[in-house]
Write a protein that binds this ligand. Structure first.
Ligand code: DX5
Ligand code: ZN
Length: 219
């Protein structure tokens, strides 16, 4: 069964408490919190103070996705502010092995995010350093904005990664993020993803609960 993590990026950011309530009422499994620093990606979103304010209002686990240059420098502060899962990009400036260790030592699952132009093999040497409940976040759009078109060429990367994880007999998750709806979500699940991030598909829907349900329809 896939878990659904709803991104607040395209929600009404002046009413974050209401957005969090909609996501909870829709029976999502996680709330996805996209952090952008204006350098790693050409956009700015929100960061530590917003997470600290939002956290007490959210009953779901908060899935923080760092699209920032130096995730190692900020990992501890994001965990203290309320991250329950924390992902960072393999393309960032921080050493990936050190960042993984830092997140593990803070006691939460870590995710390594891979942008569409980065070969999936880049994370293979790190898989054995990962722990159960960790995940690889395969971006299915270029990071930086919500509401973009799904990139189908990522599907074969997901399938290759899943076969590698199966061969290593590791219980790692694969999360997909960007342009996910019922149709693209099902294609990602068939390829081996089990965590689906969806932003605009859920929050721009007239029936967010139905949108979340549709992402979980048995294959
Ligand atoms: C893109 C973000 C995504 C985005 C998803 O950089 O990482 O999480 O908000 O939004 P949708 O589902 O609208 O593509
Ligand atoms: Zn994201």
């Amino acid at each position: 069964m896939a878990l659904v993590s709803v991104s607040i990026l395209n929600g009404d950011l002046a009413r974050l408490a209401d957005v969090a309530a909609v996501i909870g009422d829709a029976r999502a499994d996680m709330l996805h919190f996209d952090v952008m620093d204006g350098s790693f990606v050409d956009n700015l979103s929100f960061g530590l103070p917003v997470l600290s304010c939002l956290k007490p209002l959210v009953t779901l686990p908060v899935d923080v996705h760092l699209m920032i240059e130096d995730p190692l420098h900020f990992a501890e502060r994001f965990v203290k502010a309320g991250a329950d899962l924390l992902s960072f990009h393999i393309e960032s400036r921080s050493d990936a092995g050190e960042t993984l260790n830092a997140i593990h030592s803070l006691g939460i699952p870590a995710g390594i995010a891979v942008s569409p132009d980065t070969p999936e093999e880049t994370v293979f040497p790190l898989l054995e350093k990962m722990q159960p409940e960790d995940f690889i976040l395969m971006m299915t759009v270029r990071p930086g904005m919500g509401g973009q078109q799904f990139m189908p060429e990522v599907l074969k990367k997901i399938a290759h990664l899943r076969s590698r994880i199966t061969a290593l007999d590791m219980p790692l998750h694969i999360e997909v993020d960007g342009g996910i709806n019922a149709e693209t979500g099902a294609r990602c699940r068939k390829a081996g993803a089990d965590y689906l991030v969806a932003g605009s598909y859920v929050l721009c829907s007239d029936d967010p609960a139905e949108a979340v349900r549709s992402l979980k329809t048995p294959l």
